[in-house]
Design a protein. Structure first.
Length: 530
């Protein structure tokens, strides 16, 4: 096992377990599906793409975009492909992490050291396997949506799809296009479906975006503002309930138009819209009219060598079982992270009742560790890329002084972290997410603390535009931290003075005293000059 120094002063390294730059979840592309994202959402605000072909683009276009960005900024030269991170252990003396890496091809293990670690593993990559007796006894082909086998031929096969969330509703209509494929989808709870309004981007629009970039940025802001407004649908209250019920009625009416009557009762949710993740319908509802699709809402009690048995005693024979059962969001990272005193991060999360962080980005007792798309940063209405950009901007304000040698480490105070998370959970009590069981919840049986962001993404940006320096402790950066606290206090004072001056001026104008006051100031200034 070799060892080498790795620091921000010398070089930056990205450990990536696969062979490609982009890590879009496999279930988005397993059967050439379109990604359920608007073209403004899978791109960076600093790297706009004027050439998207459609409003909702597919995996290939998204992959091509990110590969171009990586090439432009020479990111690939900093990536170690086929490398998985096994553990991170904080060394208090060295003020750095000892990182154990393993080559996924030859299984060679080595160690490196890093002053700063950014965890960007995301939450949609670790498959959630259902706890069904006999799952491993099935002798046919079995696969999870996360790890799709592209070599499987579904023609003429009897196929079971377990699940009816975002992955399943993309898989089913595509598989059903082949009339020789017979599909039984095993469902548990319904979802709210909204129409996905697809459209081709005209060439003249691309030309305008290319030659007048501000127009594309304005369009991006317009979409972001529109999405932020939908947050009102998730708040509990008389006015928001009226808005939500109107949307729910429109969705139910659409479902009844597209879906055979025998499925209506089971497919119409009994919980408020937004409580579970909303699905932008990729053609799933309409596909249920096909004769080669059947839905079964009975509980699966066992998987046998040749099929599936349900609670009612019915047994189905299958050639292929597809598990579209989602992702283990709560335990999305397999990395063994140990902080100050050798404390595992998993133990800290358990003590807190689920994944917990300060501003969703830093964790008490884990210095210089930054988690992208960390606890309570995902929303039910906005762009993940936006959340990550906000987090990156926040994290870099803490990372830069470490790179420059002005500090060795930063760690959030436990008291500040507790206060911040108490605020989040209190705000989340007043949202629709408390009304049902979903992956938005942590804990056993998905009944624990909520892991979503409780407000608009604009408010997230405002809260995280700069760190609250008094909420951090530092090693080797006391002078720098005190200076930042002083600058922050001065800045806040000036901001309030400007706000006060603006309100005062507005009041004088409304009272008709503005010209009089202005003349008094001018006369006083003249006397001072004389």
């Amino acid at each position: 096992m070799g060892s080498e120094e790795l620091g921000w002063k010398t070089r930056t390294r990205v450990a990536h377990a696969t062979s490609r730059v982009i890590g879009i979840r496999q279930s988005v592309r397993h059967v050439k599906l379109a990604a359920l994202v608007l073209t403004c959402k899978p791109s960076l605000s600093t790297e706009l793409n004027p050439n998207w072909s459609q409003l909702y683009v597919g995996y290939k276009e998204i992959r091509s975009y990110w590969e171009r960005v990586a090439a432009k900024h020479d990111i690939v030269s900093h990536i170690q492909f086929f490398t998985e991170v096994l553990s991170l252990v904080w060394d208090e003396g060295a003020q750095a992490y000892t990182i154990t890496l393993r080559d996924t091809r030859n299984k060679e293990v080595r160690q490196v050291r890093a002053q700063v670690v950014v965890s960007a593993v995301g939450v949609f990559h670790k498959p959630m396997w259902p706890n069904i007796p006999g799952r491993e006894s099935f002798k046919g082909i079995s696969m999870h949506a996360r790890m799709w086998d592209h070599g499987v031929d579904f023609s003429g096969k009897k196929v079971a799809v377990i699940g009816n969330g975002c992955s399943a509703t993309q898989i089913v209509p595509k598989l059903a296009e082949d009339p020789s494929t017979n599909i039984v989808e095993f469902c548990r709870t319904p979802s709210w479906f909204v129409p996905r309004l697809q459209a081709t981007v005209p060439e003249w629009t691309k030309w305008v975006f290319r030659n007048a970039p501000f127009t594309q940025r304005a369009f991006r802001w317009l979409i972001a503002a529109r999405l932020d407004m939908t947050y009102l649908n998730w708040k509990l209250g008389p006015f928001t309930s009226i808005l939500r019920r109107r949307r729910e009625k429109a969705c139910i009416d659409r479902l009844k138009r597209l879906v055979p009557g025998k499925y209506h009762d089971n497919l119409i949710p009994k919980f408020p819209m937004g409580c579970k993740r909303i699905i932008y319908d990729p053609g799933y509802l309409e596909s249920l009219q096909r004769p080669n699709i059947d839905l079964d809402w009975d509980t699966i009690t066992a998987i046998t060598e040749n099929g599936i048995t349900t609670k009612s005693g019915k047994h189905y024979e299958f050639d292929i079982i597809c598990f579209a059962t989602g992702f283990d969001v709560e335990n999305s990272s397999d990395v063994n992270v140990k902080g100050i005193g050798g404390k595992p991060i998993g133990d800290y999360y358990k003590e807190q009742g689920g994944p917990t962080a300060y501003m969703g980005t830093t964790v008490p007792d884990f210095p210089n560790l930054f988690t992208l798309l960390g606890p309570n940063t995902a929303t039910g209405h906005g762009s993940v890329i936006h959340s990550e950009e906000v987090q990156i901007n926040y994290a870099m304000q803490l990372i830069k002084p470490i790179i420059r040698g002005q500090a060795k480490s930063f760690v959030p105070k436990a008291r500040a972290t507790q206060a911040y998370n108490d605020y989040l959970q209190e705000e989340l009590k007043h949202t629709v997410w408390t009304s049902c069981i979903s992956w938005y919840h942590a804990g056993e049986n998905r009944r624990g603390k909520l892991m979503t962001w409780p407000a608009t993404q604009t408010y997230m940006w405002w809260m995280m535009r700069t760190p609250i320096w008094r909420d951090y402790e530092t090693i080797g950066g006391d002078k720098w931290l005190k200076r930042q606290q002083s600058i922050a206090s001065t800045k806040t004072t000036l901001e309030w003075l400007l706000v006060g001056a603006g309100l005062g001026a507005f009041a004088l104008v409304k009272l008709g005293k503005w010209e009089y006051t202005k003349q008094l100031v001018v006369n006083h200034a003249k006397r001072l000059i004389e």
